[in-house]
Design a protein. Structure first.
Length: 315
């Protein structure tokens, strides 16, 4: 699968339209040299399909390449249909898609004129894995999928007091450390108050745009009126995965009868598994003891790999 680069756009300041420079240099773990959005983060380069711009212009938009803030406009590739982790080769340069779409915080002039903007739902973002020049007319190819990457995870702590700075978050760092010890790449950590809309928004963003294998939440699973984590998680779920939460409660009941008061759930959105954990560091460790060994098989299934579920001992 391949396409052709139709524009290479840069801007000197964020929040401004980019202009086509015809060619530019891609630098490893940075982005396009001279572009305001380059840097050591996961959204180093933005890409948009030329076909999507053409369809938008057919509605009367009459926009030029770079108007949406995109760096590379490529004809013949539907970036929106590609999953996070897709690798794109352009000459010696190599990109890897890290995010699908984005949230539009302040509507641009195009949105106000047309009533919509295609970048939030059609654009993708990538990081640069190998240097190289990119120029108009270059061929961009989708590379064969590499060997499976390390599993990726995000950790969210729910606590009014921690979010207000009144108490130290101890459970979130415990989860991060334990995941890293098991080879996970932590793509984001968040500290939120016990606010249902805020949690729903972040869960949707992470699952739909960044697409980690696993999201662990800690806190907000009890009986308090402010404990809204299970409700927010269920609201964004596309499929249920109740066995994990049930196994955590069953194991915890052997430690303390108060485990029956835990309301944590486990669900799937897209290809991401979301698991609610209790708010104490000790309970987080005990919960992870229950399910962590089974996660590689779960993620393999979520990624769509064909596998034999039976173990060699036929259990």
């Amino acid at each position: 699968m391949q396409g052709t680069v139709r524009a290479v756009c840069l801007s000197k300041a964020r929040g401004t339209e980019k202009t086509n420079q015809d060619r530019a240099q891609l630098r490893t773990d940075w982005g396009l040299v001279g572009d305001a959005h380059a840097g050591h983060w996961h959204r180093q380069v933005s890409l948009l399909s030329a076909d999507k711009i053409a369809a938008f212009n057919a509605k009367g938009a009459n926009v030029q390449p770079g108007a949406f803030g995109e760096n590379l406009v490529v004809e013949g590739l539907d970036f929106r249909a590609m999953p996070v982790g897709t690798r794109l080769r352009c000459g010696t340069a190599l990109l890897e898609i890290t995010q699908i779409g984005k949230e539009c915080h302040t509507h641009c002039a195009i949105y106000h004129r047309m009533g919509e903007c295609i970048m939030p739902h059609e654009g993708v973002f990538a990081k640069v894995l190998a240097d190289g020049e990119v120029a108009v007319g270059d061929v961009m190819r989708v590379e064969d999928r590499p060997a499976p990457l390390p599993f990726q995870a995000a950790v969210i702590t729910l606590s009014d007091r921690c979010a207000a700075g009144e108490r130290e978050d101890k459970s979130g760092p415990v989860l991060v450390e334990r995941l890293q010890q098991n080879g996970y790449e932590i793509i984001e950590t968040l500290l939120l108050p016990d606010d249902r809309p805020a949690l729903e928004k972040e869960l949707c963003r992470l699952c739909d745009q960044r697409q980690p294998d696993l999201i662990l939440t800690t806190g907000g699973t009890g009986f308090s009126p402010r404990d809204i984590t299970p409700e927010a998680t269920l609201a964004v779920a596309q499929r249920q995965a109740p066995g994990i939460a049930e196994a955590i409660r069953a194991a915890s009941l052997r430690i303390t009868p108060r485990a029956m008061l835990g309301r944590g759930v486990s669900v799937i959105r897209g290809k991401t598994l979301i698991i609610n954990l209790p708010g104490s560091p000790k309970a987080c460790h005990e919960s992870m003891d229950v399910f962590l060994d089974q996660m590689p098989h779960a993620f393999t299934l979520l990624r769509g790999a064909v596998t034999d579920c039976a173990r060699p001992d036929n259990h």
